[in-house]
Ligand binder design. Structure first.
Ligand SMILES: *Cc1c(COP(=O)(O)O)cnc(C)c1O
Length: 464
């Protein structure tokens, strides 16, 4: 099809080459209008770097606490990222046509990484900094399996051992994710497992329990600490400041790609948000533009079954179910939250990255929640127009972009919409199959659950 027939005056695939890659990460902590409340130790006092040293290497702890605006990406990390970065920016002209919208919809495609999502953008530097520090083994949790794959992949390239606790419901729904991890040399067990005290405790309560990210985190932290030699550390695929930092390559590339085709700024920036990392990755560089006066609407999109930002409480809470992590200032549904078994496994976490929460509290981002059926409908429309089969998490971003594009049509506005496709859905076909067979239904979190979260948070320190 010629460009004339596409009715498109601009490129629909915008690439950068390796020399145009961003060479620094952007740290939003340098620019937030209100400083973030500090993370707290279990005793309620601000957390010291030393208190994290039994689970994380000191070089990553320094990055976690840094307020430097720009942080250099190590050359050796770039050499690995070049396998798939810079990722393409595409224009969804076929979806635009189907919707008859005057909006132009652009999307970053993070599904092109070896593991199939944005997660290797942080897995590679995390493993690299751990190796610099002398770490031999890394433990972690994984929900849908994407982070476990990303970490296994990064560990295999950099020569570390990888142990993954995978939330049981996903372990059962997505058996091939475990095979992918094993192909990269990682070890993967179903959580709650019998290998840790935390896992055994939850199994004793209910042998059939589907598990949760909060429980899997408890297991992975316990396993890292249990190796008394210091050679085992823990990694997290989202939520923490340094993970948000590593993901900003996405938005920094997108800015260069839009500039290449003469677009100064998008009007709307959209990404799904589970723990917040792919959203932060795309959005934080644009939030800096917004802080500097640009008129941009920035939308993190979550699942209505796990509505952390739209209905959760902004408070100090633990990152895990057993209360082993520090207390983080974030939107939360309570660390005892048991998510509904929706298929967007990456959107089932009870908390949110403190940096993303702070951006929302400061009015720099305006979250929306979408139900499962509207999201799957958008994913099917996407598959039948753009062609790609996306991760169920990413379908939430598409659903929001479709709504924005329809709004632009009603208003007759030629808006520029930019979104992030966080991953492909090739390992998520069980969910697609259920949707196509009419077996899925909508699930919105009942208000009692929010009331229960409030009660669970009552004894914890308050944000002042
Ligand atoms: C992990 C994951 C998410 C959710 O995690 P964030 O940290 O919010 O990005 C979304 N999409 C995909 C494909 C994922 O793997």
């Amino acid at each position: 099809m010629t460009r004339e027939r596409l009715n498109s005056e601009m490129s629909i695939k915008i690439f950068l080459d390796e020399t145009e890659t961003p060479r620094q990460w952007y740290n939003l902590a340098a620019d937030l209008p209100n400083p973030m409340p500090p993370p707290l130790a279990p005793n309620g006092k601000p957390l010291t770097p030393e208190a994290l040293a039994h689970v994380f290497p000191m070089n990553l702890i320094e990055q976690e606490m840094s307020t430097e605006r720009w942080i250099d990406i190590p050359e050796e990390v770039l050499d690995i990222l070049y396998r798939w970065r810079p990722s393409p920016l595409r224009r969804a002209v076929f979806l635009e046509k189907a919707l008859g919208t005057p909006a132009k919809i652009f999307y970053k495609d993070e599904s092109v990484s070896p593991a199939g999502s944005h997660k290797p953008n942080s897995a590679v530097p995390q493993v690299w900094y751990n190796r610099q520090f002398g770490t031999k083994t890394l433990t972690t949790e994984t929900g849908a399996g994407q982070w476990g794959c990303a970490l296994s992949f990064a560990c295999s390239l950099l020569g570390l051992t990888c142990k993954v606790y995978m939330v049981r419901i996903s372990f059962d729904q997505k058996p091939f994710r475990k095979t992918m991890m094993e192909a990269w040399g990682g070890k993967c067990v179903s959580s709650p497992s019998v290998e840790t005290e935390a896992g055994r405790k939850y199994r004793a309560l209910d042998p059939e329990m589907p598990g949760s990210l909060g429980i899997a985190i408890s297991e992975a932290v316990e396993a890292a600490v249990a190796d008394g030699t210091g050679g085992t550390k823990y990694t997290l695929g989202s939520v923490m400041n340094h993970v948000m930092l590593h993901q900003t390559v996405i938005g920094l590339e997108a800015q260069k790609q839009l500039a290449k085709i003469g677009i100064k700024k998008p009007d709307v920036v959209i990404a799904c948000a589970g723990g917040g990392s792919n959203f932060a990755g795309l959005a934080f560089p644009f939030i800096l533009d917004k802080i500097n006066g640009a008129d941009i609407e920035i939308i993190p999109v979550e699942s209505a079954s796990c509505p952390t930002l739209t209905r959760g409480i902004y408070a100090y809470d633990y990152g895990d179910a057993a209360g082993l992590t520090p207390l983080l200032p974030m939107h939360t549904l309570g660390h005892n939250f048991m998510p509904a078994p929706i298929h967007a496994g990456g959107l089932r976490y009870h908390g949110m990255a403190p940096l993303v929460s702070q951006a929302v509290v400061s009015g720099l981002a305006s979250p929306q929640a979408f139900l499962q059926l509207e999201s799957y409908n958008a994913a099917i429309l996407w598959a039948r127009t753009e062609g790609f089969i996306v991760a169920p998490e990413s379908s939430h971003a598409i659903a929001a972009a479709v709504r924005e594009a329809k709004k632009a049509k009603e208003e007759g506005k030629e808006k520029i919409i930019l979104m992030n496709i966080s991953g492909h859905g090739h390992m998520d076909l069980a969910g697609y199959s259920k949707f196509l067979n009419g077996e899925l239904s909508d699930y919105s979190l009942p208000q009692e659950e929010i009331e229960k979260a409030k009660r669970d948070l009552e004894p914890l320190p308050k944000i002042v």
